[in-house]
Design a protein around this ligand. Structure first.
Ligand code: NAD
Ligand code: UDP
Length: 319
């Protein structure tokens, strides 16, 4: 049985990855310090013989007993609100944490895939973004703590590949959504759905003309899975190219939730990218992957999940 370590296991993507690899017959070892994650996302796995979980901060030395075949490094705050609240931890998990996991991969002779992001393109001047674009990041702006940590993460990963011959993979994830996102994590989909369910107005930042392209979680997990088992070592974009402005998206959510909420406008956060859309030609060609779930279907599944939350969860404002 192959053994895989997943960091950030109690988070949104990490918990779906745990499910995927359990279902594929792997022995899964999860690590998380629960800074933005929730054990609720993985509690259904606790009774399983082939699932282990350790509460640990991977920015500190990481020890795992026994052999490892694969490592997925997904630990990192991912929502702008989260990483603005904990900027130093964000920098540390992307840099020191990645260094620890690369060292572990080398010691165990394991293949490692690291979770990078469309944020490495910053506020992009090339549209849609393809992997060869170097990006437009403000290193000293508030979002720099996340963007630069992820850019460093890519660099050190390639250095381990080139210098130590480590088997590495890099996924550049574009906005992904679905069940198990934290309702109050500040990302636009849980924010809008939470507001609709609580009967509050939807807060659009700026004039809402900025765009995003939303990928449903099952498509993202499939892309990551295919990348891990491919031979391709350079970064690959995984996302859904269906682009929409945030204002149009707010209107879609009002229709979907059947509420009569209004849209209210708030200031655009500093360095908020004005446009984002993945070019996924590389993923199509090298992984034979493309997204299957359209936004209408994915949003229905996501809304149903959030509708099932308790009143207490719906009104909890702090993690
Ligand atoms: P999330 O906040 O739900 O999950 C992150 C998990 O990492 C949490 O459970 C958190 O507790 C854990 N964590 C953070 N720092 C840690 C540390 N030092 N030690 C151990 N655990 C730690 O976020 P997510 O959306 O699931 O994102 C997962 C990964 O995917 C992140 O690396 C993120 O940068 C990347 N990503 C996600 C998206 C997206 O749209 N969801 C987009 C781009 C990149
Ligand atoms: N956004 C918004 N209202 C909210 C939360 C977010 O208008 O309540 C906007 C945000 O300014 C950004 C887009 O929605 O332009 C996506 O934000 P998110 O935090 O989900 O992710 P990002 O892609 O910026 O990392």
């Amino acid at each position: 049985m192959k053994r895989i370590l997943i960091t950030g296991a109690a988070g949104f993507l990490g918990s779906h990855l745990c499910d995927k690899f359990i279902n594929e017959g792997f022995h899964v070892i999860g690590i998380d310090n629960l800074i933005t994650g929730d054990l609720k996302n993985i509690e259904h796995l606790f009774p399983l013989e082939h699932f282990e979980f350790y509460h640990h901060d991977v920015s500190k030395f990481v020890h795992v007993s026994g052999e490892l075949d694969y490592i997925l490094h997904f630990a990192s705050p991912a929502s702008p609100i989260d990483y603005l609240k904990i900027p130093i931890q964000t920098l540390k998990v992307g840099s020191l944490g990645t260094h620890n996991l690369l060292g572990l991969a080398k010691a165990k002779n394991a293949r490692i895939l690291i979770a990078s992001t469309s944020e490495v393109y910053g506020d992009p001047l090339v549209h849609p973004q393809f992997e060869g674009y170097y990006g437009n990041v403000n290193t000293i702006g508030p979002r720099g703590v996340y963007d630069e940590a992820k850019r460093f993460q890519e660099s050190i990963t390639m250095a381990y590949h080139r210098f130590h011959g480590l088997e590495t993979r890099i996924v550049r994830i574009f906005n992904t959504y679905g069940p198990r996102m934290r309702l109050n994590d500040g990302r636009v989909i849980p924010a809008f759905i939470g507001q609709a369910l609580r009967g509050e107005d939807l807060t659009v930042f700026g004039d809402g003309s900025q765009t995003r392209s939303f990928c449903y979680v099952s498509d993202q997990i499939e892309g990551i899975y295919k990348l891990l088992f491919s031979d391709y070592v350079y970064p690959v974009n995984i996302g859904n190219p269906n682009e929409i402005s945030i204002k149009d998206f707010a209107e879609e959510i009002i229709k979907l939730t059947g509420t009569n909420q209004k849209i209210v406008y708030k200031p655009l956060p500093q360095d908020d990218p004005l446009q984002r859309q993945p070019n996924i030609d590389l993923a199509k060609k090298t992984l034979n992957w493309e997204p299957k779930v359209d936004r209408n279907e994915g949003m229905k599944l996501t809304f149903n999940y959030f509708k099932g939350l308790t009143e207490e969860e719906l009104y909890k404002s702090e993690h």
